[in-house]
Design a protein around this ligand. Structure first.
Ligand SMILES: [Zn+2]
Length: 235
């Protein structure tokens, strides 16, 4: 039975390795996906801000057009108010309107200046994000290449481990033992064996009954932990 246990421990070693490689093969594409999402969010943020900036520019243009129209109106009013035909009452009315138009122009110019300031700030923010995107795209490209290499290596390693596993399992283990081991490997997430140390199962840290420890010491049969079912071995 000691030989069987030794073979099982050899197999467990290979399987632990297989689990590690499989975990890596799951992790790498996930990491690539996460990084792609981060980069896409950055691109979306840039697009959103560029859209907002275009809106700013359009509003600034609108204000400029409005003030141009108002200035023309002002010149016309000033010209008309200077005419000989204007009496005192009309002049007062012209001057009133001129003051109003001047106020409106001044207000529009303030709004325009404020918007220009905001647009400049938005533009600087976009430039910063674009620089960051460029940098991160380079890093991402390198990462993507590394992932491709690592995945290819891991896949080759996995294939080699799996054929080694089949070879060792078939040549050294009874089918019923292999079946029990494989089932445990699956239910116990890659650890089918556990060392027994001072009657404590090192797989689940539960103390096992004395008679089981004695049976294990006799080495005539496979002994499983009554709690976690792992196949026990002792040094
Ligand atoms: Zn246990």
């Amino acid at each position: 039975m000691q030989e069987t246990l030794n073979a099982l421990r050899g197999l467990q070693e290979i399987d632990r390795h297989i689990y590690r490689v499989q975990a890596q093969l799951t992790r790498l594409p996930k990491e690539l996906e996460d990084r792609t999402a981060v980069l896409n969010r950055l691109k979306e943020a840039i697009a959103e801000r560029q859209y907002a900036l275009r809106e700013f520019r359009a509003r600034i243009k609108e204000i400029e057009d409005t003030t141009t129209g108002l200035r023309q109106r002002l010149r016309k009013l000033e010209h008309e108010s200077n005419s000989q035909k204007v009496d005192a009452a009309m002049l007062a009315s012209y001057q009133h309107e001129i003051r109003q138009v001047k106020r409106t122009i001044s207000q529009a110019e303030d709004d325009g200046l404020r918007l220009v300031g905001e647009a400049d700030q938005a533009e600087a923010g976009i430039a910063e994000l674009v620089a960051r995107e460029k940098e991160e795209t380079t890093v991402f490209g390198e990462f993507q290449l590394n992932v491709a290499t690592e995945v290819a290596e891991a896949e080759a390693e996995l294939k080699a481990l799996q054929s080694k596993r089949v070879e060792e399992a078939a040549s050294q283990l009874e089918p019923s033992v292999l079946e029990l081991y494989t089932k445990l490997l699956d239910t116990r997430h890659g650890e089918a064996l556990a060392e027994l140390n001072d009657r404590i199962c090192q797989g689940c840290y539960v103390e096992i009954p004395r008679n089981l420890a004695i049976r294990l010491a006799r080495s005539n049969e496979l002994v499983q932990c009554p709690n976690c079912q792992r196949i026990l071995f002792a040094y």
